[in-house]
Design a protein around this ligand. Structure first.
Ligand SMILES: [Zn+2]
Length: 432
């Protein structure tokens, strides 16, 4: 069983989700043999809370991993659950926010993460895949679960030069992508720097982003083909998804971890069962919190009394098999990063209500209402135009948020070393 998380991958940048930029021939081919979920919501807007959610099935409000807190030991990750049913479990991560530093190695027989690598933003996708393949090769006869967390689609979108050249856009100005400028533009408190960004800069960012998607597509696609050609690979389920997307000035901002608009929370979800999925597409809204229940039910490892549920998630197999799939609570997404940003999203399809702590124009406590059916990229705020539905959803959001917070765990924050802080800052995280 493979769980591949491509950090920061917007689903609207993949061909199988309608993009025409030629970024994903290999993942498109994979999708044609898989099940594709058209409306998968990320439970948060940056790595740590969202990845903790996809590994535990709990919303961030409940697992408590917001601001560099350690995943509480009493929580059961999908890796721990798979270990107890006889799986060999392997983790390979290029992101410190999804690493042993924050307790993400719970339930893994082996977890590769290089704590001592301070010289660069992150390990290359080819290197992470090589580590994964080396660990996969140490086959001891048990079935294997691999969680692989890849980084090149994360800023500063590192790729070999040939890939950048392929996606260069006419009129694009070379964006001053040294970390200081990038971080200033990203930071909530430096809104004025954003005015310096021109359309030519944005064109360059978009091109770099696309190049990083295409480069990752090439390396991951080849890995999936090699794996599929092995005996173990023919019999295993493969998931490809992302922890969150990326703002490329869609709503005035850049990066991630600040808002919960569509470009951040709409992530790809492709699941290829061993027998293939024939490219079937599902437009029922789902969430990354559904993954643990889905993976365990696939193995028959979800107890019958769970009725297809685990934590805040639901197994997707009833949906896939055409049985009844009814969610009794609305999907949510939650962002809590202290001064840098906080937001809560409630989805009552096709409506999304988003309450944001601070926005890019310096306002605080901003609420917006969007109709996803007619406005997928959230250009038209309907809040003032539709006061009745707005009021109903705001009451629902308040109640849902309160209920989730009442069930939350008190997670411990980790004291970071200076080196660790510098590494986070190089990725655009932290207050530094
Ligand atoms: Zn991430």
């Amino acid at each position: 069983m493979l769980l591949i998380v491509i950090d920061t991958l917007r689903r609207d940048r993949l061909g199988c989700y309608g993009y025409g930029g030629g970024t994903s021939p290999r993942l498109d081919a994979f999708a044609a043999d898989a099940l594709l979920f058209e409306r998968c919501l990320a439970p948060s807007g940056w790595t740590e809370p969202s990845t903790a959610s996809l590994l535990t099935g709990l919303y961030p409000t409940r697992h408590g991993c917001h601001e560099y807190a350690v995943l509480p030991a009493e929580l059961l990750l999908v890796s721990e659950r798979l270990q107890t049913v006889g799986y060999r479990t392997i983790g390979v991560s290029g992101n410190p926010n999804a690493s042993p530093l924050f307790g993400f190695d719970q339930g893994f027989d082996a977890f590769w993460f290089d704590q001592n690598d301070k010289a660069r933003e992150y390990p290359d996708v080819s290197e992470l895949v090589a580590h994964a393949e080396a660990l996969l090769a140490q086959d001891d006869g048990r079935p294997t679960f691999l969680y692989l967390h890849l980084m090149n689609v994360h800023g500063p979108y590192l790729t070999p030069d040939a890939w950048r050249d392929r996606f260069r856009r006419p009129g694009a100005r070379n964006f001053p992508f040294q970390n200081e400028v990038w971080k200033d533009v990203m930071r909530m408190g430096k809104v004025e720097r954003r005015a310096e960004v021109t359309p030519a800069d944005i064109a360059d960012l978009e091109a770099r982003y696309d190049a990083a998607v295409a480069y990752t597509d090439e390396i991951v696609g080849r890995f999936l083909e090699r794996r599929r050609a092995t005996a173990a690979g023919r019999d295993e389920l493969v998931v490809v998804t992302a922890d969150h997307g990326e703002e490329l000035f869609d709503h005035g901002g850049f990066g991630h971890g600040f808002t919960l608009h569509a470009e951040i929370v709409d992530v790809p979800l492709l699941i290829r069962p061993p027998e293939g999925g024939a490219g079937r597409r599902f437009d029922t809204p789902v969430s990354l919190v559904d993954l643990p229940a889905t993976l365990l039910e696939h193995l028959g490892a979800l107890p019958p009394e769970a009725q297809g549920r685990l934590g805040d998630g639901m197994s997707l197999w009833p949906l896939i098999d055409g049985r009844e799939f009814e969610r009794d609570l609305p999907l949510v997404s939650h962002l809590e990063r202290g001064k840098q940003g906080s937001a809560f999203l409630l989805q009552s399809w096709p409506l999304r209500l988003i309450e944001t702590g601070h926005d890019y124009s310096g306002r605080s406590s901003v609420a917006e209402l969007f109709d996803q059916a007619t406005d997928a990229m959230e250009r038209f705020d309907l809040l003032a135009r539709d006061p009745e539905r707005s009021a109903r959803l705001r009451a629902l959001l308040l109640a849902r948020r309160g209920a989730l917070e009442a069930q939350g765990l008190a997670a411990q924050r980790v004291p970071l070393s200076d080196d660790q802080r510098r590494q986070m800052a190089a990725l655009g995280y932290g207050d530094g």
